[in-house]
Design a protein around this ligand. Structure first.
Ligand SMILES: NC(=O)c1ccc[n+]([C@@H]2O[C@H](COP(=O)([O-])OP(=O)(O)OC[C@H]3O[C@@H](n4cnc5c(N)ncnc54)[C@H](O)[C@@H]3O)[C@@H](O)[C@H]2O)c1
Ligand SMILES: [Zn+2]
Length: 365
């Protein structure tokens, strides 16, 4: 299992830390253009001072960088720069850098260690933890990849100060998800301190990150290869979300925004199927009502979409692989399970309609 450290500055004493974990002081640092501009000087300066030998790779800051052609080009640079299996790779960025970096590390010279230095809230609480690394294929997202556990996950909440608000809310969706699936107390902590956390106020921000990272790591430890249904609960809200993201061409809606909307629908579905009581539903909705979206996004990307069109979109990939839609439901706040029975279309459509009704009544979006 990985060692996860949450601290500011998390890179203090990096040389010693690497040595302690059996990592060489030879590292390939992967950035995207933004994280290179924002954190490059500081990080490379630290590496110099700590006695590292390093190489730098920079990719365009976009989802399309998670591609085989980008990986192929980067392998070339690494070979040309004499990077062999005694090196490791340090991924400094959001989920795109972390996933591509992990993919490169898992495959280069049959695998070198990966160290994650996440810089978005989503990466700090979700994508950098758990070892799922992948690139996209033109026929689908995250289809080509590995399970490659990071040796270290180094989280510095101070990195979030430059992150746009939209990205903070997107990451916050996954944070709230952890409360829903496994810890009611945490969920109420998040409700109480929602504004503090999205304003990046300490100690609430670090507390929320530490707790989320801990829950994710724990779930992954118990069900690494997603065989028991436990790891699948991390997909609460995601069946709806994937349909929405697909309809938005993976461009006009952030993953976390789709997950927020998806969790609203999943709460209604849990109620409609008789698993969640009305009181818990309302408490859950109150928390999700705190999320803010860029103007017009919910209307264009959810309310104006036909319920059936969304259901069809949710089904597209599943049909190809001959699988049914599967939903993660709540029994209680803080208690999720993977529902393995089929849910009839009418109940799914009703839950989408309930979700729309909720957002229509909500002010400010
Ligand atoms: N491996 C997993 O388990 C897992 C889980 C969830 C998501 N993902 C993947 O993660 C990706 C999304 O990650 P993301 O939401 O972090 O997006 P991202 O990596 O695209 O980052 C979002 C934007 O923020 C910028 N940025 C990053 N850190 C910044 C900072 N501190 N200040 C200012 N700007 C900053 C980036 O350059 C980028 O423009 C998707 O590809 C998704 O498939 C993977
Ligand atoms: Zn997610």
């Amino acid at each position: 299992m990985s060692t996860i450290i949450v601290d500011t500055p998390v890179t203090a004493g990096l040389g010693k830390l690497f040595s302690k974990h059996g990592l060489s002081l030879k590292t390939v640092v992967l950035f995207d253009e933004h994280t290179h501009d924002l954190f490059g000087d500081l990080l490379l300066d630290t590496l110099r001072k700590e006695g590292f030998q390093y190489r730098v790779l920079v990719i365009p800051a976009r989802e399309a960088s998670k591609s085989f052609s980008v990986a192929y080009r980067l392998y070339g640079s690494m070979i040309e720069e004499d990077v062999d299996r005694t090196w490791n790779l340090l991924a400094c960025g959001g989920g795109v850098v972390g996933d591509l970096g992990g993919f490169m590390a898992a495959s280069y010279f049959r695998g070198i260690p990966i160290i994650q230095l996440p810089t978005t809230l989503l990466a700090m609480t979700d994508s950098a933890i758990g070892g799922k690394v992948a690139i996209n294929h033109p026929l689908g997202k995250n289809l080509i990849g590995f399970f490659h556990m990071p040796e270290l996950v180094l989280i510095d909440p101070a990195f979030l100060r430059t992150l746009p608000e939209r990205e903070i809310f997107a990451g916050m969706a996954e944070v709230v998800k952890y409360g829903f699936i496994s810890d009611e107390g945490f969920l109420f902590f998040l409700e109480r301190h929602f504004d503090d956390i999205v304003a990046l106020r300490e100690p609430w921000l670090s507390e929320a990150i530490r707790k989320s990272a801990g829950i994710k790591a724990d779930v992954v430890k118990k069900d690494f290869r997603e065989t028991t249904g436990l790891r699948a609960t991390l997909n609460f809200g995601h069946t709806f979300a994937h349909g929405l993201e697909k309809l938005a061409d993976y461009r006009f809606l952030r993953h976390g925004e789709a997950v927020t909307i998806g969790m609203v629908c999943a709460l209604f579905l849990s109620r409609n199927l008789g698993f969640l009581d009305e009181n818990s539903l309302q408490k859950g909705l109150a928390i999700l009502g705190k999320f803010r979206f860029p103007r017009g996004i919910v209307k264009r990307r959810f309310l104006d979409t036909g319920d059936t069109a969304l259901l069809e979109s949710m089904l597209v990939d599943k049909k190809k692989f001959d699988r049914k839609l599967r939903f993660v439901l709540l029994k209680n706040l803080g208690e999720a399970f993977l529902f393995t029975k089929d849910v009839d279309d009418a109940t799914v459509l009703e839950s989408i309609a309930n979700g729309k009704e909720f957002f229509r009544k909500l002010k400010g979006n």
